[in-house]
Write a protein that binds this ligand. Structure first.
Ligand code: PGA
Length: 248
């Protein structure tokens, strides 16, 4: 675990206007400028270009998804090549909200590969729907990782970020956030799955994030005791005061 943390702001489908997006980004940029952590903002794709034109400062941009390839007859879609052109160095892939709308493991695997060839860092989201006593959730996470990363060259795995996002902990209907112990256990387990696939040395280079009801009160606990290299923040990233407290 490094002392420099990765904090990803997943704005999801917010805010409503480009004007608000630019204003929020301006605040984040100024906060990140004074902070040692790596701050990555994932706005709606529609706002990427306007934000890039403002100058990113120390902030990095992520797209929320993106389809593979460059251009083509795909009504309603935006490609990973396009988001790269407008400044995205990262892409959030396999988020549970995208999977719920039909994104398959197969598509996620193709997106991860396409990102790697395009030099965009995939932020691969994995997480179980339910956490029951029978440890089935471990299998769910393992299979998502295996399906997304099988076939990837060992030398490329360090370019992948994995976000552990238990679905039951995400969004305003979340049951609760994960406990620090649950987060730490899963971070260790994910490293083990990666070590089995790519070897111990390479697996240690992969950054693991936690996401799900992170706020200004629990962020430091996850970062200090959760065994993770950073956080993926949804709701709390839309409030600059809350987000400022998290990155600090
Ligand atoms: P939340 O979302 O912080 O609003 O729970 C997290 C996520 O979906 O990444």
């Amino acid at each position: 675990m490094t002392s420099k943390k990765i904090i990803v702001a997943n704005w999801k489908m917010n805010p409503l206007t480009g004007k608000e997006a630019v204003a929020l980004f301006k605040k984040v940029k100024s906060l990140a400028g004074k902070n040692k952590n790596t701050v990555i903002v994932a706005p709606p794709m529609l706002y990427l270009e306007a934000i890039k034109r403002m100058g990113l400062g120390k902030v990095k941009l992520a797209s929320q998804g993106g389809v593979i390839g460059d251009t083509g007859a795909q009504t309603g879609m935006v490609s990973l090549a396009m988001v790269k052109k407008v400044g995205a160095s990262h892409a959030i892939l396999g988020h549970s909200e995208m999977r719920a709308r039909g994104t398959t493991d197969q598509e996620v695997a193709e997106q991860v590969k396409d990102c790697i060839t395009k030099n965009v860092t995939p932020i691969l989201c994995v997480g179980e729907k339910e956490r029951e006593g029978d440890m089935w959730y471990l299998h769910a996470v393992k299979s998502q990782i295996e399906l997304a990363l099988t076939g990837m060259q060992k030398a490329k795995i360090a370019n992948v970020i994995i976000a552990y996002e238990p679905i039951w902990a995400i969004g305003k209907n979340a049951k609760r956030e994960a406990t620090v112990k649950e987060c730490e256990e899963m971070a260790i387990y994910i490293k083990k799955v990666l070590a089995d696939m790519f070897g111990h040395k390479e697996s240690k280079k992969v950054s693991i994030l936690y996401g799900g009801s992170v706020d200004e009160k629990n962020a430091h606990v996850f970062l200090e005791q959760g065994g993770v290299d950073g956080l993926l923040v949804g709701r709390a990233s839309l409030n600059s005061k809350q987000f400022s407290a998290i990155i600090n």
